[in-house]
Design a protein around this ligand. Structure first.
Ligand code: GAP
Length: 454
């Protein structure tokens, strides 16, 4: 089977309503995308799977949903104001602007000119005025990572939940980076979502937990449908680590444009909690505490030996948009059906499918058949399996093809037999095998519960 190309995905996403260019009618906004009717379902399903695995299936993680607007001081003491930058180079000939590390052989990627400026740092954070006066004196940032609010709310979460080490705080939300060269569809964008876990551990236990989380996260991605052979674990060399990290694994995926980072798993040590804490000699806190911090809190916790410690942090941080791109890349399949026929089928894991079941009437606008379709849809919704779509196009073949393309695992067809014969029955068609099974409507509930809980 040929590898999925970016063109195939972009085309499917637009054609079927997964992802659109933002501000499209005005020529678009570079590096910003909108999720359409099916994209929002797929993205929500991926986030729900992450939340479930982090919060509901574990007993050592709490959730958080913090604001996007961030006090300047947070990003000052976190080190982002000083160090969160990429080297940028301008082409003097075509005036193009590029990340210096994306330039090959000293040539402009746009026009090939070698007349380039020296690289200089470009801060990636979006700065914004806060309040009614725009004189530059009152500003904040759109957060460049969701993590910082987890650190600044550490004490409030600990105090309100009585947590002991090890434990984590997880969050899903928007992050913003003024990327110099957004590219590869939703892979590198300026507004994106992250799902981040900050897992706090006793200093000295960090390396053990780093390994544990690496394995956990590979397993989770496989559960989302990614084949292990398409995943690579990249150990970031020391000279390439983020300013806060002591070590980092990247979970890389074979995207259409190459093997690239899908998720980072960093050992952030006590860097962040320490930097948001003013050094407190009487508590013997560790070295990263800041001598002159303005923070009002000591972000530490009492350990089992009644000693105050600033915990170390292991951080699995996934890009939700990159996750959507990865599961779509993996699921996209073109099948030759013989005799000149073919189909596109999105073989998504069923828990990720935007539409779980399509209810399709054999005949368009037939009152009796439509009434039965409505009744079946209403009953299926009660199962809580997700979106159930009702079709009324009157063309079964076309409906099957369309639902294959968007990854709907099951189509239920209501025909004349359904309304005329007893016991009442429907046809269930499986997306992957295309097999059709006749099932009594009285057994539908059990059939679907069994199918979706498997
Ligand atoms: N809190 C740690 C952190 O933000 P990162 O490696 O910069 O680390 C984590 O980002 C993840 O966020 C990446 O692995 C990637 O999936 C996603 N990400 C980062 N920048 C992105 C961008 N410009 N567009 C889309 N996703 C991005």
């Amino acid at each position: 089977m040929a590898a999925t190309s970016m063109e195939q995905l972009v085309s499917l996403c637009k054609r079927r309503g997964f992802i659109f260019q933002n501000s499209d009618i005005y020529g678009g906004l570079q590096g910003v995308y909108d999720y359409g009717p099916l994209g929002v379902e797929l993205k929500n399903n991926l986030k729900a799977a992450w939340w479930r695995s982090m919060i509901y299936e574990r007993d050592d993680v709490e959730g958080l949903d913090a604001a996007i607007l961030t006090n300047q001081k947070v990003l000052h003491y976190s080190g982002h104001e000083d160090t969160f930058s990429d080297p940028m180079t301008d082409c003097r000939k075509c005036k193009g602007r590029f990340r210096a590390d994306h330039i090959k052989d000293g040539k402009c990627p746009n026009c090939g000119s070698t007349d380039l400026t020296d690289p200089r740092p470009f801060n990636l954070m979006f700065k914004t005025n806060i309040g009614p006066v725009d004189d530059g004196s009152s500003f904040g940032y759109l957060r460049p990572e969701t993590a910082q609010a987890i650190f600044t709310q550490f004490k409030n979460v600990v105090d309100s939940t009585s947590r002991k080490l090890p434990f984590g705080i997880a969050q899903i939300g928007k992050s913003f980076r003024n990327e110099i060269t957004p590219r590869n569809f939703i892979f590198r964008v300026r507004e994106f979502e992250q799902a981040e876990l900050e897992f706090f551990v006793e200093p000295g236990e960090d390396e053990k937990w780093h390994e544990i989380w690496k394995e956990e996260r590979i397993k989770w991605w496989e559960e989302q449908g990614l084949k292990r052979e398409n995943i690579n674990i990249y150990t970031t060399p020391e000279n390439d680590l983020a300013h806060y990290a002591k070590a980092c694994y990247d979970i890389e995926y074979q995207f259409p444009h190459g093997m690239e980072e899908l998720e980072g798993i960093a050992n952030r040590t006590d860097y962040d909690l320490g930097n948001h804490t003013k050094a407190q000699d009487e508590m013997n806190l560790t070295s990263h505490c800041h001598p002159n911090n303005d923070s009002t809190q000591k972000l530490c916790i009492m350990n089992d030996n009644n000693k105050w410690v600033v915990p170390f942090v292991i951080e699995p941080s996934m890009g939700v948009d990159r996750g959507v791109l990865a599961v779509m890349t993996e699921a996209y399949t073109e099948e030759d059906l013989g005799e000149g026929n073919s189909r596109i089928v999105l073989k998504l894991k069923k828990h990720l499918a935007p539409i779980k079941v399509a209810v399709i009437p054999l005949k368009k606008n037939n009152a009796q058949i439509m009434a039965k379709c409505h009744e079946i849809k209403k009953n299926l919704l009660k199962l809580g399996i997700g979106r159930v779509a009702l079709e009324n196009t009157g063309n079964i073949g076309k409906a099957y093809r369309r639902h294959d393309e968007v990854g709907t695992p099951l189509c239920i067809t209501v025909d004349f037999e359904t309304i005329e014969n007893q016991p009442e029955s429907v046809t269930i068609r499986d997306r992957d095998t295309m097999e059709q099974t006749r099932v009594n409507t009285a057994d539908l509930r059990a059939y679907l519960l069994d199918y979706f809980n498997k």
